[in-house]
Design a protein around this ligand. Sequence first.
Ligand code: PLP
Length: 382
Amino acid sequence: MSAKSVLYALALIIGSSYVTYTIVNSSPQKDTSKKKKNVADLIGNTPMVHIASLSKQTGCEIYAKLEMANPGGSAKDRVALSVIRHFENIGELVPGRGDVLFEGTSGSTGISFAMLCNALGYTAHICLPDDTSNEKLQLLESYGAEIEKVKPASIVDPNQYVNAARKGALQLKNDKTTASNGVFADQFENDNNWRAHYAATGPEIWEQMDHDIDYFVTGSGTGGTIAGCSRFFRTVSNKIKVVLADPQGSGMYNRVKYGVMYDGVEKEGTRRRHQVDTIIEGIGLNRVTHNFLQGEHCIDDAVRVTDEQAVRMARFLSSNDGLFVGSSSSINAVAAVKIAKTAKKGSKIVIIACDSGTRHLSKFWKHALEVDRNITLGEVIQ
Ligand SMILES: Cc1ncc(COP(=O)(O)O)c(C=O)c1O
């Protein structure tokens, strides 16, 4: 065994023992030759696919980790399961007791919680901004989740969706007239978020890429994906460059590049929408979350992507590769192409494809449909 292999084995042992005390049963292996107990057992081990069009035209090898293949349709299934298992382990969630899990989410995480709560014996209560796309709302309704719509607002507003969820959970927890408990999932601040990606998403990518990755590219919403994956990558390699892909209106780009959380649209009189000024859902933020902080030291660079570039890229990927992706996946693909411009030829770039375009038909994809299906990659990036 070479010294490098010994070091790698040691890193894996240390890494896995670190996570086992918090991550219990949250990253099951998806061996499809065996029967599954419930949807929770279908989470994880998502496929990795080569994006032929982008690879051919950039000279780099670009791959997408298809998190949309999780049973709830996004990477958030991993987080939701990890959070629920944690509450079960500490006795805060007990199946069949009428327990309610509250979460503030602009969509995907809510859908994952709605799915898992149904399967595992709980109720999901989801607080979300009232401009969330219809597809996500309809999915939540179809799962039968309790839905509370609030006006998009800054996190300092007590009625902002995250704060509304926290308040709801506390009320139920303190209600002495019922045995049911309320818990606040708190995906932005909950350690079980990034740890789910550290324990499973990162290792899966590393194995699928045969231990050969040059760049890892993803956006940041809660920061769980980028923090968990990048922290894992640091345990196995010092060559992988982690790059944040950030939409317009988000302050994360400047935070990574210059250490300051600021975006130009924050100038007085220029902001059109309350939170992040973009049509992209799920990523981009103007505050630092606990989850992002857990991996910030492992992020090497950031790339900014406009809404127009993302919209055009979605159409390009659908037309050329049959990949029908959501808005954050599209941002990541644009960032990968920008990185490829200066990267060594043949570099291996992995992006996260968090969810599918089917979640974005009424908003993001309405714009993408207006793009000529024969658009060139040059026109996408301009
Ligand atoms: C569609 C989509 N993509 C990406 C992300 C970002 O993932 P994370 O919260 O792990 O930063 C989210 C988060 O909500 C999302 O909904």
